[in-house]
Design a protein around this ligand. Structure first.
Ligand code: ARG
Length: 467
């Protein structure tokens, strides 16, 4: 195509430099917005007809032409042109080629600035809804696993040192909390995505008597954007989504790190399914946890995308600037990466084997019931600080004897505190320790089951809030 075919050719005496044309074009990556761009254009054309700027016939010819273009794109027969710069001008030019002069009327009372902002919001709204469904799916997997493992004993860690016994179900419910917060955050961010820029024009509004409420309704927006300058320049909604997405990836990365650790022979808590691992080209014995490692690794790019978007915006004066074209790739990459990462974990977990015996054995190492001994002494009337000291003496004794606390004879335990009686042993067992944490939020199997019931209700409420 020659320079004289460009939509803005009238102002220019010379053609665009070929390199500059390629440098400024975005069609290679923004063509994926085609469906949402077309939806926005059809709503705009029908609104123009409603207020008398176009005839009904003109609007319907435009709508039919755009639908045919969409079919071509989906059939793979549409030819994208770099000379036409972006998805919006490609579609508009193709429309005029297809339906003739009336195609040129579509851009009345609109600018690419309010057009692109509208298109990106429509696209992201769908992306959020898809991701929200994915997160709910992952959260449901957590609940099923937690149910199955409500009684499974494992060591709980602080500082990655054995701290107190917990149930595996309780640990998985901690993951459920993270992901459920993420899903709630997306629903909240969606409210600020779902506002319509159309009608803002290039920056100041339009001189035509448009009906913005009608277009907003047609496109499912909650309302038109309040200020035209803000409407064309605001990308907060992209940043907010990217921030929520970065946090999702931080959560997935933390879970992945645990899975990587747990799958080592040293931990031996889990075995990942072969389908989720790869081998080594040199070491025959290796089975590498690639999928969790990549979940951890992919968090980097999503966090990087958030940073890129923040920096992209920080120097921009009102209103639209071409810088904004750079919002697309980080946004698309974020959507793709988070969607696939959520899917990977959702599929990996049910295929994972948990070695319950091994976890229980490891829970016994490291005197995890020392706190229970201190608590026991408190119930016998000792102040907690003194009880802590007495229990620490018992731990030292146990280390000397290479025995577990519960294996020390009563006489030895009594040297740590005379308040210790025979009933102490019930408190010193793993099961006793778990069952004792019997309050909302605690690790007792009974509480895990109650938390699962509440979790199911929360998931149902989230689903009801989502479109
Ligand atoms: N491709 C552009 C973008 O993504 C569309 C808007 C261009 N507007 C303009 N006045 N050049 O931001």
């Amino acid at each position: 195509m020659s320079a004289s075919d460009k939509a803005w050719k009238g102002r220019f005496a010379e053609p665009t430099d070929a390199f500059v044309e390629a440098f400024t074009a975005s069609v290679a990556f923004d063509k994926r917005l085609y469906r949402h761009d077309i939806a926005g254009s059809i709503a705009h054309a029908r609104m123009l007809a409603q207020v008398g700027i176009l005839t009904q016939d003109e609007a319907e010819a435009i709508a039919a032409g755009l639908a045919a273009i969409q079919a071509d794109i989906e059939a793979g027969t549409f030819i994208w042109s770099v000379a036409r710069e972006d998805v919006h001008m490609n579609i508009e030019a193709a429309l005029t080629e297809r339906i003739g002069e009336v195609g040129k009327k579509l851009h009345t009372a609109r600018s690419r600035n309010d057009q692109v902002a509208t298109t990106v919001r429509l696209y992201l709204r769908d992306g959020i809804d898809e991701l929200g469904a994915g997160l709910r799916g992952l959260a449901a997997v957590f609940l099923r696993l937690a149910e199955r493992e409500a009684e499974t004993v494992m060591p709980g860690f602080t500082h990655l040192q054995v701290a107190q016994p917990v149930t595996l179900g309780h640990h998985i419910l901690a993951w459920f909390e993270m992901i459920t917060r993420d899903a709630e955050r997306l629903i909240d961010a969606r409210k600020r995505v779902n506002v319509m820029p159309l009608g803002a024009g290039a920056l100041a509004g339009t001189s035509f008597p448009i009906d913005r409420d009608m277009t907003a309704r047609a496109l499912g927006f909650a309302q038109p954007a309040e200020n035209s300058l803000d409407a064309v320049s605001d990308r907060d909604f992209v940043i907010e989504f990217a921030a929520a997405a970065a946090l999702i990836m931080v959560h997935l990365s933390r879970m992945a790190e645990e899975l990587v650790l747990w799958s080592t022979p040293q931990f031996g808590f889990i075995e990942l399914a072969d389908g989720f691992c790869t081998g080594s080209s040199i070491m025959p014995q290796k089975k590498n946890p690639d999928v969790p490692e990549l979940l951890r690794g992919k968090s980097a790019r999503v966090i990087g995308n958030l940073t890129a978007l923040l920096v992209l915006m920080k120097g921009q004066p009102l209103a639209y600037n071409k810088d904004n074209q750079e919002d697309k790739e980080p946004l698309f990459d974020t959507l793709d990466t988070v969607r696939d990462s959520v899917r990977a974990l959702t599929e990996l977990l049910p295929a994972t084997t948990f070695h319950r015996e091994r976890m229980r054995r490891e829970a016994l190492r490291g005197y995890p019931t020392a706190t229970d001994l201190a608590d026991y002494l408190v119930r016998r009337g000792l102040a907690f600080r003194d009880a802590h000291e007495a229990a620490a003496r018992a731990v030292r004794l146990a280390i000397e004897r290479t025995a577990d606390l519960a294996e020390l004879p009563l006489a030895d335990l009594k040297t740590c505190s005379p308040l210790i009686e025979n009933d102490v042993f019930a408190a010193l067992t793993i099961e006793g320790s778990l069952a004792a944490r019997d309050h909302r939020g605690g690790t007792a199997p009974r509480q895990v089951r109650a938390a699962i019931t509440r979790g199911q209700e929360r998931l149902a409420a989230l689903a009801a809030l989502s479109p």
